[in-house]
Design a protein around this ligand. Structure first.
Ligand code: ZN
Length: 236
């Protein structure tokens, strides 16, 4: 293998390592990240709380309605029993009975409204619970996949590290240092293909004599514009 190809192999290993390291960071950030599913869960819980409140309100109204009906029944029984003969007392009773009837009708309407609210909230809570349970399942599956991917990335990175070490030892200390410096200066890319006459690192064209040298590949060639190591990548 030519020296330039040795550098290129090192570059490929480093590029793969950079890519997989970035992916590993993204995977680790997503692991345990529950914000989206928590938001769905909170929505369901808020509806459930509203439903509990609505049910309590319905029970209170039903109790009060029952109470009012009982009072009215007792009052009317007394009124029509003939036991009360005092006109003033009967008049008061009639007035009280009118009041209780109005109250009963009002409570009946409110109870019906409360029942409708309960029904609506039950439906909402049911749908939201299904959405939440689906989201939990999807989240758990995704977490499993992420853990599997993380294990694979660990293994891949370890293999890359081993191969990188072997590859680096094939280059001299000075050559390796030069490569490392170039990589830092050139955004991670020290070695790039020459496509036709074009350096794919800086997108500038090379004179044909330089192109020829890269094709022959007898020595390590550098781009006269950006200074990167060039390997021949085929015609344009
Ligand atoms: Zn260049």
């Amino acid at each position: 293998m030519s020296k330039a190809k040795e550098y290129n192999r090192l570059q490929q290993l480093d590029t793969s390592t950079d890519t997989q390291t970035a992916r590993l960071a993204a995977v680790e950030e997503s692991l345990g990240q529950r914000d989206a599913v928590n938001a769905i869960k909170s929505k369901f819980e808020r509806t459930q709380a509203a439903l509990d409140e609505a049910r309590a309100r319905q029970r209170d109204l039903e109790w009060e309605l029952g109470n009012t009906k009982q009072k009215l029944t007792r009052l009317e029984k007394t009124m029509y029993s003939g036991s009360v003969t005092n006109p003033k007392e009967l008049g008061d009773m009639r007035q009280e009975s009118e009041h209780l009837r109005r109250r009963r009708d009002q409570l009946q309407d409110r109870t019906l409204d409360a029942m409708m609210t309960v029904e609506e909230l039950e439906e909402q809570a049911g749908t939201q619970r299904e959405v939440w349970e689906g989201a939990e399942q999807a989240w758990a599956d995704e977490q499993d996949d992420l853990r599997t991917e993380r294990e694979a990335l660990f293994e891949e990175l370890a293999a890359l590290r081993a191969e990188r070490q072997a590859q680096a030892s094939r280059l001299g200390a000075a050559g390796l240092a030069r490569y490392e410096r170039l990589r830092v200066k050139k955004g991670g890319l020290a070695v790039v293909p020459l496509q036709g006459t074009l350096c794919t690192g800086c997108q500038l064209s090379l004179p044909s004599a330089d192109v020829q040298k890269v094709r022959v590949d007898a020595v390590v060639n550098f781009c006269p514009h950006c200074g990167r190591i060039l390997i021949y990548g085929g015609p344009a």
